[in-house]
Design a binder for this molecule. Structure first.
Ligand code: SF4
Ligand code: SF4
Length: 598
């Protein structure tokens, strides 16, 4: 017994020391970068101790996002291994959500879990045979093992018990050391990541919605928003190296389970682009870990003494230039970074609240503001933004043109210098940019949406003010109201697309992709239009001027594939639900509707 105790203690102390050193090293690595934003703290925006506990219960214990995927979610609870087997990249290739994941390491962990259970059963069975423990009832597995071990007798079982206990200690602590040195670190980091995720309220006031799905963060430097009127000389504009990530950013990277839910929903990945949010996070994580000795070295002399591979990692660019050689060396190739439509599907699907969008936008900001490196097609749009304040370069004076021809006056908030709307105003109508400026697109389709909304609100007698399209769907968690509007229009039969609601598919315009050619893979708008046309609708309805422009283009592209003249009208009209409703209010205009786009 004394030998067992000594061996057990030594194993415990050594394993805890190794694991402790690793945890300390990871802590130093994570905190070597930028401080996190102040809203991470409890008490920040829409963030209370209660909301953190609710998030931990929902994401950690109940696994809310896994259960959103009813069939695979329940199946995971029943048998994770079956999902792995069915989604094997060997047969599905890129279509597998585990494509690029470290599957061998996952099997090793399953093997270690098997060892934890088997060594426990081994010594428990032996303990029953030696009379050391007795279970009144219920220990059916240990009792079964005890029956198998009984024939050699009590002395043999005493030895088996000693060996079994030491094996169990060795396996448990070996598992601990393995976990903190492997991607399975997420077992410990994921709950922290959920706790420190940005949170906000949704449009209905419900708290705890992922903040990374909402408005973009300001540009932070040193934990403070950058004052662009008077920026500091040392202000950091975005993320240029892995050292510019905050500790929460690094915690994100260390928390990825490689489950691939984000990858399976990503419109870029699904249309053949090189961007997979999972592979992006894994690549950043591997880089952060490989570069850590370089980042933590005391001085240049210590850095110079590091192995060649570590120094090379230290010098490796975070984002690649458009030329192929550089892109091959970079952690994030140029086309990976710029394929993102900022649709938020990855953030929405991630079971551990990784904030992909913050990282992608942070890297794009650095590339644009500091390096001046962005896709050539974006140049005109960026110049227009800089000089005219809108992507079309039409300027503030053009923002009222869409109202021309309306049979009523549209009250514009701020037109006379007002600082706040009058008290009797019930709603502010935010018209955005495409809805007022894109007069060239698809026969004024975008502007027609704004006119239709204003006309409807006017007819309803609601007091409003025009302010300037808000995002529905994922960011605001508004899915039912547009469908209720369509469902209430007489003569319509609303048909949902396979990917809809929280798992909707981007139109391809987000992330400024509206103004950039898609030269890699299938065009996202064509892919989405094809999904809509597969339902053979009479009309496709959306709730965003950008979606309408993109989907109309997409329908034309599918028509062209089917031999239609490029100049012909699209075979199926794409329009805003406001226009559908307006037509319903004007009985002279007949309409039928079968299909919704989002
Ligand atoms: S935001 Fe959308 S396009 Fe960008 S990585 Fe995430 S899922 Fe892909
Ligand atoms: S980023 Fe999130 S959703 Fe994507 S693979 Fe990692 S854990 Fe899964």
């Amino acid at each position: 017994m004394a030998v067992r105790t000594v061996l057990g203690l030594v194993t415990t102390v050594v394993a805890l020391a190794i694991a402790g050193c690793r945890v300390l090293y990871l802590y130093r690595m994570a905190t070597a970068g930028q401080p996190a934003e102040p809203e991470r703290t409890i008490g920040g925006a829409a963030r209370t101790l209660g909301s953190v506990v609710r998030a931990e219960v929902a994401e950690g214990l109940v696994q809310r996002r896994l259960l959103q995927w009813t069939v695979p979610g329940l199946a995971r609870l029943a048998a994770f291994a079956i999902i792995r087997w069915r989604n094997t990249p060997q047969t599905l290739g890129r279509r597998s959500r585990f494509f690029g994941s470290h599957l061998d390491a996952a099997w090793l962990v399953l093997f270690m879990i098997f060892n934890v259970v088997s060594t426990l059963l081994l010594y428990r069975g032996a303990q029953i045979d030696t009379g050391y423990v007795r279970f009144e009832r219920g220990a059916y597995a240990s009792d079964a093992v005890a029956r198998v071990l009984a024939p050699p007798g009590r002395d043999a079982n005493t030895v088996i018990e000693h060996v079994g206990v030491l094996l169990a200690i060795g396996v448990v602590f070996g598992f601990l050391v393995l976990v903190v040195h492997s991607k399975h670190l997420h077992i410990f980091t994921a709950p922290l990541d959920v706790a420190f995720a940005r949170r906000r309220s949704d449009a209905a006031g419900a708290q705890g919605v992922p903040g990374a799905l909402g408005a973009l963060q300001p540009v932070y430097s040193g934990g403070r928003p950058v004052d662009f009127e008077d920026p500091g000389e040392d202000d950091l504009l975005g993320r240029g190296t892995i050292a510019d990530f905050t500790w929460k950013g690094v915690l994100d990277l260390l928390s990825c389970t490689e489950c691939g839910r984000c990858q399976s929903q990503c419109p870029a990945w699904n249309t053949g682009k090189p961007l997979s949010p999972k592979l992006l996070v894994m690549g950043l994580r591997d880089h952060a870990l490989a570069r850590a000795p370089y980042a933590l070295a005391a001085d240049d002399q210590a850095r110079a003494a590091l192995p060649e591979a570590v120094r090379a990692e230290g010098a490796r660019p975070l984002v690649g230039a458009p030329d192929a050689d550089e892109a091959e060396r970079a952690v994030v190739p140029f086309d990976v970074l710029w394929s993102c439509t900022t649709c938020g599907a990855c953030v929405n699907q991630c079971p551990v609240d990784i904030e992909h969008l913050d990282h992608i936008v942070g890297m794009r900001r650095y590339q644009t503001l500091v390096e001046g490196a962005f896709p050539a097609e974006a140049e005109v749009m960026l110049r227009n933004l800089e000089h005219a304040g809108d992507p079309w370069g039409r300027g503030a004076s053009a923002r009222a043109e869409w109202m021309t021809g309306l049979a009523f006056e549209v009250p514009v908030f701020g037109a006379n210098g007002e600082e706040r709307p009058p008290d009797d105003v019930e709603y502010l109508f935010w018209v955005g940019c495409a809805g007022v400026l894109d007069d060239k697109a698809q026969n004024d389709k975008a502007q027609n949406t704004s006119r239709a909304v204003a006309t409807l609100v006017h007819r309803a007698g609601v007091r409003y003010r025009v302010l300037g399209a808000g995002d529905l769907g994922r960011p605001d968690q508004i899915f039912a109201p547009p469908r209720e509007v369509l469902g209430a229009v007489p003569g319509t039969r609303v048909v949902e697309m396979a990917r809809s609601g929280e798992r909707s598919f981007c139109c391809g315009a987000g992330g400024a992709r509206m103004w950039m050619d898609e030269t890699i893979g299938e065009r996202i708008n064509t892919h989405r239009a094809r999904e809509a046309l597969d339902l053979t609708p009479d009309l496709v309805a959306a709730a965003c001027p950008f979606c309408i422009v993109m989907l109309t283009d997409g329908v034309r592209a599918v028509d062209a594939e089917n031999g239609a003249d490029a100049a012909a009208d699209p075979s199926v009209e794409v329009t805003d639900i406001a226009e559908v409703l307006l037509r319903a209010c004007a009985p002279a205009v007949p309409h039928t509707l079968e299909g919704t786009a989002r």
